[in-house]
Design a protein around this ligand. Structure first.
Ligand code: PEP
Length: 258
């Protein structure tokens, strides 16, 4: 089955809403110059909550070929959860994607696989697509345990989801040792784990969902390594941090197919 690759730029806690306007405009101009074809690769910006309304207005107003989304979501629907943002609020802003379980949320905010699983469910229930992050730390990789470790995460973060729900979401394999470090996994490393994830999805909910689910690689992806990563049969895009803050660089990543 043909899966349209998804290149999602995770801005993390960077760019206020004024700076966001500048980056989105420059990204759109650069994609236009590069004759970007959205049927070959989907581009999304995953922005801080405070930027969403601005980015939405710009993308929808100017009909830019970009999707947008959020970096996290509350587990709760509404109420006394000071500082949190609900899935309904994000859906109301027309977010397409919500990242759940990024390693920085797991490390600094104690998010467990069970929380990530619940967040994936609230995102889908609100009509958006979760980008569900998994990935091992360096000690696990060094011990050669990365495949079973990531598959155990996959079992937990997908628990209770139907075949259709799993087929419709995005899984981001992000080896934690490669995030923001400049250490990129080799294409073979990325394929080994992304292929294993697809195999596990087939075991869990069937081959049709495994064929449909998009599996991204994330971890120091840039224009100089994206082509080799994307040549791997089970890598369906990238979750891109640092390199997505440079419009020209991210545009090259999005148009990797050229
Ligand atoms: C990320 O934030 O998900 C990420 C992969 O970051 P970087 O590309 O900077 O390693």
């Amino acid at each position: 089955m043909a899966r349209t690759p998804l290149m999602a730029g995770n801005w993390k806690m960077n760019l206020d809403h004024v700076e966001a306007t500048g980056l989105v405009q420059k990204l759109a101009w650069t994609l236009d110059d590069l004759k970007y074809d959205p049927s070959k690769s989907e581009a999304a910006v995953i922005v801080p909550f405070t930027d969403i309304r601005t980015v939405q207005t710009l993308i929808e107003g100017d009909k830019l070929p970009l999707a947008f989304g959020a970096q996290d979501v509350s587990l709760h629907a509404s109420g006394a959860y000071t500082g949190e943002i609900s899935a309904a609020m994000l859906a109301k802003l027309n977010c397409s994607y919500v990242v759940v379980g990024h390693s920085e949320r797991r490390d600094y905010h104690g998010e467990t696989d069970e929380i990530v699983n619940s967040k994936a469910k609230v995102v889908q229930a609100a009509g958006m697509t979760p980008i569900v992050c998994v990935g091992e730390k360096l000690d696990v990789r060094k011990a050669g345990e990365h495949v079973p470790f990531v598959l155990a995460q996959v079992d937990k973060v997908l628990a209770g989801l139907s075949a259709d729900e799993v087929g419709a979401l995005v899984i981001a394999y992000e080896p934690v040792w490669a995030i923001g470090t400049g250490e990129v996994a080799t294409p073979e490393d990325a394929q080994e784990v992304c292929g294993a994830i697809r195999g596990r999805v087939a075991e869990l909910v069937g081959q049709a969902a495994a064929d449909a689910v998009r599996i991204q690689y994330g971890g120091s992806a840039k224009s100089s390594n994206i082509v080799e990563l994307m040549a791997q049969p089970d890598v369906d895009g990238g979750l891109v941090g640092g390199a997505s803050l440079d419009a020209a660089e991210f545009a090259k990543i999005v148009t990797f197919y050229q």
